[in-house]
Ligand binder design. Structure first.
Ligand SMILES: [Zn+2]
Length: 295
C-alpha cells in the first residue's frame, strides 16, 4: 500500500485495477515506438512487451488531513454497464474492502473529489442498491467543477453523444439529486490548504488539486498525464482528450509548476510505484519515481 506524508497529511493509494491497458498507439496517436529503446525503464512497469500494451493503474487517493478524510477520483465502480470498454464493463472488484483495509469506511469520507467526470474517475461515487444508483459515501460532499458538470450533463449539453449519457446518469446525477454535490469554479479552494486549479483539455472542466501542508505540496493531477512518457513528451495528448492542444498547455503548466515547487505528484494511472517528482532535464522534464520506504 502506497503511503506518503505531506506535513501532517497522509496519502494512501487504494487500487481498483492494475495491468495491461491500451496499446500505446490507441491511447497516444503521436506515439513513436522508438521511445521504447530510448527509455528502457518503461519496461516492464509502464509497458508490457508481450502484449504491446501500456501498464495502467486505476486507483483512488485517500487523503487524511487532521480534520478530514478525502477520496480523490473514484475509479470505474461495480456493476456499471460500459459496453464501449470491455475492460471496464460490469466490473466486480473488492474496492470497498480495499478501502476498508486503508481504514476507511464509506461513512468516514467527508469529501469525494473528482478531477473530471470520465467513467474511470466517478464510478464509486455510487453503488447499486435495490435497483437504484445511490451515493456510496452517505456523509460526503462530492466536489467537481461546474464547467465539467455542465459539459457532461445531457440536460445541459444537448450535443453530447448518447454513448456518453450513462456515466453521468449512473455516477453523477444521483449525487446531485441527493444534494451532496459541491460544484467549484476552475480556480477555487477548500479551506486553507486545498487549492483547485484549472487543467482543461483532457476534458473541458478538468481541475487539479494542490494540497499544501507545512511548506510541502502534493499535486493530484488527474489525467493531465495518463502515462509517464508524457513527462518527456508533453506534446503527446491522448485520443480521448476533448482538446488535445489545450491538454498539452495544461500539461506543460502543471509540469513547470511541479518542477518549480518540488511537489509530490500523484497521477491517476501511472504504474508502480505510481508517484514521484518532476525534475528539469535540458529544455524539458524527467520523472523521478518515488519508491519510498514508508509502508
Ligand atoms: Zn482516467
Amino acid at each position: 500500500m502506497t503511503l506518503r506524508r505531506i506535513g501532517s497529511t497522509e496519502v494512501v493509494r487504494v487500487e481498483e485495477r492494475h495491468g495491461p491497458g491500451f496499446e500505446p498507439q490507441q491511447l497516444l496517436p503521436d506515439w513513436d515506438p522508438a521511445v521504447l529503446a530510448e527509455h528502457a525503464w518503461l519496461t516492464p512497469n509502464y509497458y508490457e512487451t508481450a502484449t504491446n500494451r501500456f501498464i495502467s493503474s486505476i486507483h483512488s487517493w485517500v487523503v487524511r488531513t487532521r480534520h478530514h478524510t478525502i477520496l480523490i477520483d473514484t475509479c470505474v465502480g461495480n456493476h456499471k454497464p460500459r459496453p464501449q470498454f470491455e475492460r471496464f464493463n460490469m466490473l466486480d472488484t473488492p474496492y470497498l474492502a480495499r478501502l476498508k483495509e486503508a481504514d476507511v469506511a464509506p461513512e468516514d469520507v467527508d469529501f469525494v473529489m473528482c478531477t473530471h467526470l470520465h467513467l474511470d474517475h466517478v464510478g464509486w461515487n455510487t453503488t447499486l442498491k435495490d435497483g437504484r444508483w445511490v451515493p456510496t459515501f452517505p456523509n460526503a460532499k462530492y466536489v467537481f467543477s461546474r464547467v465539467e458538470r455542465e459539459f457532461w450533463d445531457p440536460a445541459m449539453n444537448p450535443d453530447l453523444p448518447a454513448a456518453n449519457h450513462a456515466v453521468f446518469e449512473d455516477s453523477v446525477a444521483p449525487v446531485i439529486e441527493s444534494g451532496q454535490a459541491h460544484l467549484v469554479e476552475m480556480t477555487d479552494r477548500l479551506g486553507d490548504n486545498l487549492l483547485i486549479e484549472p487543467a482543461p483539455g483532457h476534458t473541458p472542466g478538468q481541475v487539479i488539486f494542490r494540497l499544501l501542508d507545512t511548506g510541502q505540496e502534493a499535486v493530484f493531477i488527474g489525467d493531465v498525464m495518463h502515462h509517464p512518457i508524457q513527462v518527456y513528451r508533453p506534446e503527446w495528448s491522448t485520443r480521448v482528450c476533448t482538446d488535445p492542444r489545450a491538454a498539452e498547455a495544461s500539461r506543460r503548466r502543471v509540469l513547470e509548476h511541479c518542477a518549480n515547487c518540488n511537489a509530490q505528484v500523484f497521477p491517476a494511472h501511472f504504474g508502480a510505484p505510481h508517484i514521484g517528482r518532476v525534475r528539469r532535464q535540458g529544455q524539458g522534464y524527467r520523472f523521478e519515481f518515488d519508491n519510498g520506504d514508508a509502508a
